[in-house]
Design a protein around this ligand. Structure first.
Ligand code: PLP
Length: 359
């Protein structure tokens, strides 16, 4: 041993790209600022959800129900799937980590579109697996034939993000079926449905019908977006029982807190009311996308709660100009900016910005 020896993390740890969180709004005197940088739900929690959480708060000296039994039962009923086909986790980001951990040896390949959700390369690199990025098409859609062609002997997992964060388009059921027919049955296909509730398109993906037809399909879903519980960290996977069991096996014991379980259950009970809010956000998304196109912006099809501006070198200027107007967007340096659909006033400001901004 040399005298200079000290504990060293595995070499892949130094290669993990940082997660860049959406910035909170800059406080400006006399001006309300809005955060459109993290695809959050702008609506405050529903009253009954807050009360359920308050009840759980009074029990904070106790560990949560480790099996999240009531939450599993509520999800099984809502999705009409067996409990054995479910795995709950601290957000669907955690599920991506668990999937890679459970299915990849170091050096195994995980294929995903790029640009897509920034947590993917982080989770893949953290597990010492190899990220294989397949560029999205010029209109922001997944290039599924190219993703199928990128599968090698080392590929264990393919991540399909639909709608794609940050570009916006969703894949159709026909496209997904063609893709699944081209993927070998031992390769896991993860359909990340974080924005499922916002999809309004012809031939939308029916995730549950798809997982029922395939032994290698995992759906990941979240309470963070449509259900407005981003601060509580709850997501779940739907998968054939052996795959769901593997995800549960590598989950963090007691990961989903008691308040998070209570909030998720209360939200499922108020699903109809929450989905009405989603309808209102979708109407705002249509208003924004139409307004942008009227102003000459060729934005990609927006199927989530956000729109994508391809800006190249003008991205930083766009972010600075939006900050001036009291809206925070999520810039991806040199590529573009993702802007969440938020409060009506915030969306109005985005349209005003788009009107005046010189590309
Ligand atoms: C927001 C988002 C998630 C959800 O993350 P949580 O960990 O559940 O908050 C998952 N996938 C994509 C593509 C997302 O944009």
């Amino acid at each position: 041993m040399t005298g200079q020896s000290r504990p060293a993390p595995r070499p892949n740890i130094g290669l993990i790209p940082p997660y860049v969180a959406g910035r909170p709004p800059t406080v400006r005197p006399g001006m309300t600022s809005y955060k459109l940088s993290s695809n959050e739900n702008p609506y405050p929690p529903l009253p009954g959800v807050v009360e359920a959480v308050q009840e759980a708060v009074a029990q904070m000296n106790r560990y949560p129900d480790m099996g999240s039994a009531a939450l599993y039962a509520a999800l099984a009923e809502t999705c009409r799937v067996p409990v054995e086909d479910l795995s709950v986790a601290t957000g669907s980001v955690a599920l991506i980590y668990q999937l890679v951990q459970a299915f990849c040896e170091p050096g195994d390949e995980v294929v995903f579109a790029w640009r897509s959700f920034e947590a993917y390369p982080i989770a893949v690199t953290a597990a010492a697996a190899t990220a294989v990025r397949v560029p999205v098409l010029p209109d922001g859609r997944h290039d599924l034939p190219a993703m199928a062609a990128a599968i090698t002997d080392r590929t264990r997992v393919v991540l399909v993000c639909t709608p794609n964060n940050p570009t916006g388009p969703a894949v159709s059921q026909t496209e997904l079926d063609e893709f699944l027919a081209a993927v070998p049955p031992h390769v896991l296909v993860v359909v990340d449905e974080a924005y499922l509730e916002f999809v309004r398109m012809a031939d939308p993906v029916d995730g549950l019908a798809t997982y029922r037809r395939h032994q290698n399909v995992v759906l990941t879903r979240t309470f963070s977006k449509a259900y407005g519980l981003a601060g509580f960290r709850v997501g779940y996977a739907v998968a054939p029982a052996p795959l769901a069991a593997a995800l549960r096996a590598v989950s963090l014991p007691f990961g989903v807190s008691s308040v998070a379980q209570a909030a998720a259950i209360a939200s499922l009970e108020r699903r109809e009311e929450l989905l009405e809010r989603v309808d209102a956000l979708v109407a705002e998304r249509t208003r924004v996308a139409t307004g942008l196109r009227e102003r000459g912006w060729d934005v990609p099809q927006a199927q989530g709660n956000f729109v994508w501006f391809e800006l190249g070198e003008r991205t930083a200027d766009f972010a600075a100009a939006s900050e001036e107007l009291g809206i925070m967007v999520r810039p991806f340096a040199g590529e573009g900016a993702r802007v969440s659909i938020g409060e009506t006033e915030a969306n109005d400001r985005l349209l005003r910005l788009a009107e005046g901004f010189v590309r």
